[in-house]
Design a protein around this ligand. Structure first.
Ligand SMILES: Cc1cc2nc3c(=O)[nH]c(=O)nc-3n(C[C@H](O)[C@H](O)[C@H](O)COP(=O)(O)O)c2cc1C
Length: 362
């Protein structure tokens, strides 16, 4: 049997039935007020039915001012709990672990949906960004730490198995960590200790807000990629070590292409680097261009414990069911809008995918 189908055990005893996770994917299928949309539920439920052992929601905003996109599922108010509970129940029904990806956009929050001026570590003009974001006050920072903790409490109350703190891709927590996007000179900027402080305090506050059996993980971008800027591999390795001390149950590396080695040390793969500092009982998730069973097995052989699928899960909603068949070839883009619809994407989501090169045919 492929290792992909073996269970994963977290250090708090929680168990996933296999090593395939649905990566968090923002899809715009929920309501204006952040409550659950029926299409969002259907899209997630279809992947649980398709055999994914772990299902992450889209990035769900922990504060209204952190919302990144229209139609994003929210977790900033108790009014969101019933919808989140429907998601959790539907996923658990198929024996998968539901996890909410908790997030704040920082200077990439969208003012047109959040209704407020975005804020981040530093004023946007200082870091060459045109969002009009202001520098966070001490009160903003304390407030957002509490918001992350409250979001985790809500996820737990809704019956989720865990949360993934979104520390990747250049959103609020990455902006504070960044050498270039954080120009602060107070206790939240400057040395790595100070730039990493927000991510760590959020992690500790989340950990303290939920019972031990509840899974808490962090997603990181190990090096610069797209909007994730000002990052350094060695700083992230130190951060991973600290996050383990702070109580994470898993670390998720967002690589975009798992076949590539690191930029800083081209002879080394990020999984080898992180595996060396993260203890064996803390599973490492990895995402980025995992399409085939062979890809999945290679990623596991490099040191990952769980493979997280993004685009291949969009076009192969039952990917894990095919792992037993060595000859199976996954569907790959371009695919038609009608196919996407049959795989649980509504018109809004399909339109988002039209924005990605060569994904939607015609
Ligand atoms: C439509 C779409 C939406 C995404 N939204 C999120 C998100 O909300 N949070 C996140 O951490 N990553 C997000 N990602 C990145 C994926 O989780 C994943 O890391 C990335 O797509 C690489 O994996 P893949 O090659 O299997 O697609 C998104 C990707 C896609 C394609």
């Amino acid at each position: 049997m492929s290792r992909i189908l073996e269970p994963v055990i977290f250090r708090n005893g929680a168990q996933a039935k296999n090593r395939v996770a649905l990566a968090a994917m923002t899809n715009g299928q929920s309501n204006v007020d952040g409550t659950l949309g029926e299409d969002e539920l259907r899209w997630l439920e279809m992947r649980a039915k398709g055999g994914f052992g772990i299902i992450a929601t889209c990035a769900v905003h922990v504060s209204k001012h952190g919302q990144g996109w229209p139609g994003e599922l929210g977790i900033f108010d108790d009014a969101h709990i019933p919808g989140l509970k429907r998601v959790a129940d539907a996923i658990c029904e198929y024996g998968s672990l539901p996890m909410a990806q908790i997030f704040h956009g920082g200077l990439r929050a969208d003012r047109s949906v959040s209704g407020t001026q975005p804020w981040s570590a530093s004023d946007a003009t200082e870091v060459g960004n045109d969002s009009g974001a202001r520098a966070a006050t001490g009160q903003d920072i304390e407030g957002v730490i509490a918001d992350f903790a409250e979001a985790a409490r809500r996820a737990c109350k809704a019956g989720m198995a865990g949360v993934e703190i979104h520390g990747a891709h250049g959103y609020l927590l990455t902006q504070f960590l960044s050498r270039t996007e954080n120009r602060r000179t107070d206790a939240w900027g400057g040395t790595l200790e100070k730039r990493a402080r927000l991510m760590r305090e959020v992690t500790r506050a989340v950990r303290a807000a939920v019972p031990e059996q509840f899974i808490v993980g962090v997603r990181l971008s190990p090096e610069d990629n797209g909007n994730a800027r000002g990052l350094d591999l060695d700083e992230n390795l130190q951060l991973a070590h600290w996050l383990v001390e702070d109580g994470i149950d898993f670390l998720h590396l967002s690589l975009w292409d798992y076949t590539k080695n690191t930029t800083k040390r081209p002879e080394r793969h990020a999984l080898q680097e992180f595996r060396a500092v993260v203890p064996q009982d803390v599973p490492i998730f990895v995402a980025g261009q995992i399409w085939t069973r062979d890809d999945g097995e290679k990623a596991l052989a490099l040191g990952a414990d769980v493979i997280a699928l993004g685009r291949s899960a969009i076009v192969n909603p039952d990917w894990p069911r095919h792992v037993t068949d060595a000859h199976w070839q996954p569907q790959r883009p371009p695919v038609t809008a009608a196919q996407l619809q049959s795989w649980g994407l509504n018109e809004t989501f399909i339109n988002r995918m039209r924005g990605r090169k060569d994904f939607v045919a015609g």
